[in-house]
Design a protein around this ligand. Structure first.
Ligand SMILES: *Cc1c(COP(=O)(O)O)cnc(C)c1O
Length: 401
């Protein structure tokens, strides 16, 4: 056999972590990295959080899996808690973001079908979107690089330029069922929909009888300092997909909907073998225990301000490396002047982990439990990396010479 037995789909960094603790990852050789990637916004409470470890191991000793043929009390409880905390009345549990989106797409189409409008199945999405890697979600995301080679693009997705309200209005037709968007595009480079645009899109949905479907897989579960990003705009969706942060590292996704929007999803219309199993539910409930604690979300705004102040002075000092920073809460990113992969490598040399995104942005997604001291340390590391890159560029033979 040549190379590894794994599919070649990932370009992995040559790093192997053996364990994690809070915002830190430790390699097999004992090197410590400050983890501002957090498994791509998944490890919302950091690594090996004692409350999550306890919840998971306690459940593991009792029951792992029974399937959805039987009652699962942890599911009922987590669904009720999510419904209590949001616009939603109904929840379907899955194992990933893409699966949560699949359920959201099916729910939207089925609502129109059940209400005598079977012709309404098309969903409008925005350029720069990322909704997952299944056949439907690559069609929804609309990115050529993810669609190529996989046969005809799944029918029923119409894409408009980001933030173009005229194009959005023009795209609404007699077959349109819903508008789908990430309140803050993650993979697309931390692009937020402005609050007034979110309100306008909500109004457009109401005017045309469309469902508003939000993908909060990345920006949800406290990332922005609100439980969900759409709260910042003061609007509510009809359907919402979540994943990443709610599992804190355990594979868990969910589709949330109002009673009305979920009304087409009757007995037998959707299913999953693993979704909502007792292990996942134990962890999901434990994540909510912490995130919903009094003061937890408010503190994210304060930490965000610390990050922003630090990033602002780094931008001032090294504009040849970092052009600007953007984002909300602890979903921040730096817009790089140099290729973001190069800046990412320089950060890794400083033992700080970040995540590249579109638009030459490097995302900083620390665990929401990150401490002030860890934030200061991350800012020091970013400053040092920027200085190194800036000096290299200015040196004879460097980029700026
Ligand atoms: C990660 C992500 C997804 C896909 O989630 P998977 O768990 O990888 O299927 C969908 N939408 C957004 C916004 C994401 O960030």
């Amino acid at each position: 056999m040549v190379g590894s037995a794994l599919y070649n789909t990932f370009n992995r960094a040559p790093l192997t972590f053996e364990r994690g603790e809070g915002a830190w990852l430790v390699t097999e050789s004992g090197e410590k990295f400050l983890d501002f990637a957090a498994g791509i916004a998944v490890n919302s409470l950091g690594h090996a959080h004692p409350h999550l470890v306890e919840a998971l191991t306690r459940q593991a000793q009792k029951l792992w899996h029974v399937s959805n043929l039987y009652e699962i009390p942890g599911q009922t409880r987590l669904a009720e808690r999510l419904a209590d905390a949001t616009f939603a009345d109904k929840v379907f549990f899955a194992n990933s973001g893409a699966e949560a989106l699949e359920c959201a797409i099916k729910t939207a189409r089925k609502w129109h079908f059940a209400n005598g409008r079977p012709e309404r199945f098309r969903i409008i999405t925005f350029e720069g979107a990322f909704h997952g890697r299944t056949l439907a979600t690559i069609a929804a995301g609309g990115q050529a690089k993810y669609l190529e080679g996989f046969g005809p693009k799944a029918e029923g997705f119409d894409q408009v330029p980001f933030g173009d309200m005229d194009a959005l209005k023009a795209a609404i037709g007699p077959e349109t069922a819903a508008i789908l968007l990430e309140p803050i595009q993650g993979e697309g480079g931390l692009r937020p929909f402005p609050n007034d645009m979110m309100k306008a899109i909500r109004a457009l949905c109401d005017e045309h009888g469309l469902l508003l479907v939000l993908d909060e897989v990345q920006c949800g579960i406290g990332r922005t300092g609100k439980l969900f990003a759409h709260e910042l705009a003061g609007i509510e969706p009809d359907i919402m997909a979540i994943a990443k942060g709610i599992g804190g590292g355990f594979p868990l996704g969910a589709c949330l909907a109002t009673e009305d929007a979920a009304s087409g999803m009757v007995h037998g219309s959707h299913g999953t073998t693993f979704g909502g199993n007792p292990l996942a539910m134990a962890v999901g409930n434990a994540v909510l225990d912490i995130i919903l604690e009094e003061g937890f979300l408010a503190d994210i705004e304060r930490k965000s301000n610390m990050m922003r102040q630090g990033l602002a002075s780094i931008v001032d000092e090294f504009p040849d490396v970092i052009e600007d920073f953007r984002g909300t809460g602890l979903m921040l990113g730096v817009k790089c002047r140099m290729p973001n992969a190069k800046v990412n490598m320089a950060l890794r040399d400083e033992k700080l982990l970040a995540v590249p995104a579109g638009d030459n942005v490097l995302r900083l997604l620390p665990p929401l439990t990150v401490t002030d001291e860890e934030i200061r340390s991350a800012l020091d590391r970013i400053g040092r990396a920027a200085r190194t890159l800036s000096n290299e560029a200015k040196a004879p033979g460097g980029q700026a010479s």
